[in-house]
Design a protein around this ligand. Sequence first.
Ligand code: MLT
Length: 267
Amino acid sequence: MKTAMVDGIELSLIDQGSGSPVVLLHGFPLDHTMWDAQIEALSASYRVIGPDQRGFGKSRQEAAVLPLGSTITIARLADDLAELLDLLGIDEPVALCGLSMGGYVAMEFYRRHRSRLNKLALLDTRSDNDTPEVAAGRREMAERVLCEGPRPLVESMIPRLFAESAIPETVERLRRVMLDNRPNVIAALLLGMAERANMTAMLAEIDCPTLVLVGELDAITPADEMRGMAEAIPDAQFVCLEGSGHMSTMERPAEVNEALLTFLAKS
Ligand code: MLT
C-alpha cells in the first residue's frame, strides 16, 4: 500500500492499475479490503484508488492524535479525498464509488467538489440523514465503544450486515477488520455520521451518470429506499442484487464487478 500525508494524517491507500481513475470508498467501521474483489477486477482496465479513510485500517489514528471524544465529520472525509487526489496528481474527474458510509462521503464529495467527478456509484447507502432517535443511539454507542471497545458495536452490526446465505468465512473476515479498528476512531465517526447533512434534496440535481446498487435483503439501507433514490436522480441506473445483504461487494463480488464494469464502460 502507498501512503500520503493528508491534512497532517498519514493515509494508506491502494493505487493499482492504469487508465481513468476510479475511487472506492469503504463503509463503517471497515477498510479498503471490503473492495478486494473489485480492486482486482477493475484494475485490469482502470487506475483504482482505494484509501483507508482517516483513522480506519492502516490509516490508523491513535488516541494521542485523535483524542477521545473527537468527531470526524463526513465533510472532513470528503475533503480528505480531494486533497488525496491533489497529492496523487489526479486532476481529471474520477468515477467515485461509495458503499454505505462511503456513499455518504461520495454524496458530500459531489456537493463540495462537483468538478472532480464524472460518474457516481452509490452502493447500499442512503441520502437521508439520521433521525433524532438514530443520532441519539449513535452518541450512546460512541460512549460505550470508548468504555468497552469496538465489540458491542461490532456484534450489534454483524447480523444486519449480511444476508443469512453469506459465507461464514466472509463474515469472519469482516468481523476481524471491524474489531481491529480503534475505539477513538469508531466513536469519532459515530458522532460524525450523527451530524451529517441530508442529501435527499440534492439527488434531483445530480447531473452525472449514477449507478444505484443495493442488496435485495439489505437490512441497513433497504432496497425500497434506494430505489427511491434512483428515481430521484435524473440519470440513474438501479441494480438490485437478489439475495444479497448490505455488504454486496463481499457477498456478490462477481455481480457487483459486472455492474460496475458495465457502468464504467458506458460513455
Ligand atoms: C456502514 O456500513 O457504513 C454503516 O452501516 C453506515 C451507517 O451506520 O449508517
